[in-house]
Design a protein around this ligand. Structure first.
Ligand code: GDP
Ligand code: MG
Length: 423
């Protein structure tokens, strides 16, 4: 059984909390793309955690967590994340955490390049998390990267790094920033954190193939959402990796496998961190009210998120490109304060209404067309069954389910693991 849990929107849909919940039925949980630009919040009996690199299955005692080759790993950050879990009483060992030998290492100079480029762009910034993700993926495709497998070969890693630094110095000198490349500091950094991670590094393809053959159930955890996919998202306001479910087996280490199931995590309204066209964006008091109700501040960066109504054209597109078979609708409780709930059912572009989403330039001209649904104006965070939800809340869920054309299986009504209703 291979299942992917993926984002339908712009990210921060609540993937972490759904993986934490649904991983109970799985043996292995794999992150398959992205780096520590992710912020996956999990609240359960063990406490509140924000995971950047580790899969959200780390709280399941019998699960093995895998960091796939499609990921980019800031090794210092990962060591910090492992340590902070240990401090909370959760010990990860090479038995329950495995890191792909093919994942790329995100260096301090990637972070520096990210920051220098965002600052050069000034008001044309991409809204990067400034954690080096675009530069490290860029270097991967330029074939100027070092991988986790290199950490297993201390004899050759130094020369490989020096060769890359020769090239990187040329790139960074354009920013007047070549001084960021301190060879010895970088080498020591690599050796120090590399040594700590060595025991976890394996060939995840080999491992996963054997486990799947013996009947183990695998869950793939995505970072960000469909609209941030490098190929199918709102380029260039995307992430630098493939966030789609179709990539999950490849990014985790099972390139020949097919998914049995795709669960799309979709928010009951919209939020978007960073720049780019966001048709349903609310402003002023309306935005503040929704942002505060939803606690919409970035888990990785604490940046206030842009917020808006549920966006049907964008979400239909998300469901389609993810190939979602079922939906977990999150944060329904956040809408409880609204008397009337706006839902964007179509876009108007150059005077013409359309329900179709586009990732092209026309998106910047799109104006939202709203329908208003009745609110329920009562606290639903203690509801645990469909029958306990107010009629207007049920109607809202049904409306959205019909609009996106995909069955909703779970509705979450609070951030805690148990705050959800099965549909
Ligand atoms: P992810 O990146 O998709 O894992 O999502 P994030 O963790 O970045 O953002 C989701 C935020 O919403 C976190 O702060 C969660 O604790 C919170 N959250 C998740 N589900 C619910 C819910 O049903 N209700 C409320 N009020 N908060 C939720
Ligand atoms: Mg997040």
């Amino acid at each position: 059984m291979l299942t992917a849990i993926v984002g339908i929107n712009w990210g921060d849909e609540g993937k972490g909390r759904m993986v934490d919940l649904l991983s109970a039925d799985y043996d292995i949980i794999c992150r398959y793309q992205g780096g520590n630009n992710a912020g996956h919040t999990v609240i359960n009996d063990k406490g509140k955690f924000i995971l950047n690199l580790l899969p959200s299955g780390v709280f399941r005692d019998n699960a093995v967590n895998v960091m796939g080759g499609g990921m980019v790993i800031d090794i210092e950050h990962l060591c910090g994340e492992i340590k902070s879990l240990k401090d909370s009483g959760l010990e990860l060992s090479p038995k329950n955490l495995k890191i792909s030998d093919k994942a790329f290492i995100c260096f301090p100079y990637h972070k520096q390049q990210d920051i220098l480029e965002e600052e050069r762009l000034k008001d044309k910034q991409y809204g990067s998390t400034r954690r080096g993700i675009a530069p490290v993926y860029g270097d991967k495709y330029m074939k100027k990267g070092l991988r986790m497998c290199d950490l297993l070969n201390p004899g050759t890693i130094k020369q490989k790094l020096l060769d890359i630094l020769e090239w990187k110095t040329i790139i960074l000198s354009g920013y007047g920033g070549a001084s960021y490349i301190e060879k010895n500091i970088l080498l020591n950094w690599l050796l120090e954190f590399g040594k700590e991670l060595q025991p976890y590094i394996i060939d995840t393809t080999n491992y996963l193939q054997k486990e799947v053959a013996s009947g183990k159930k695998v869950m793939f955890e995505a970072q960000l959402g469909a609209l941030r996919d490098i190929d199918y998202g709102i380029y260039p306001y995307t992430s630098s990796s493939q966030t789609l479910a179709a990539y999950a087996p490849i990014g985790a280490g099972l390139p020949g496998a097919q998914l049995d199931s795709v669960i799309g995590v979709m928010k009951a309204y919209s939020s978007c961190v960073g720049e780019g066209p966001f048709v349903v964006e609310m402003f002023g008091e309306e935005a503040t009210a929704l942002r505060e109700a939803g606690g919409e501040y970035g888990a990785a960066t604490s940046r206030p998120r842009r917020v808006g109504a549920f966006d049907v054209p964008a979400s239909c597109y998300g469901v389609q490109v993810q190939g979602a078979k079922e939906i977990a609708l999150t944060k329904l409780d956040v809408l409880s304060y609204m008397e009337k709930i706006p839902v964007c059912v179509a876009y108007e572009i150059d005077g013409v209404q359309t329900a179709e989403f586009t990732t092209g330039d026309a998106l910047t001209k799109a104006k939202p067309v709203y329908e208003y649904l009745d609110g329920w104006q009562t606290d639903i965070s203690a509801c645990r069954a469909k029958t306990e939800l107010p009629a207007a809340a049920l109607e809202y869920v049904r409306f959205i389910e019909n609009a996106v054309g995909c069955p909703i299986s779970y509705v979450s009504v609070g951030a805690d693991r148990e705050q959800y209703v099965e549909f």
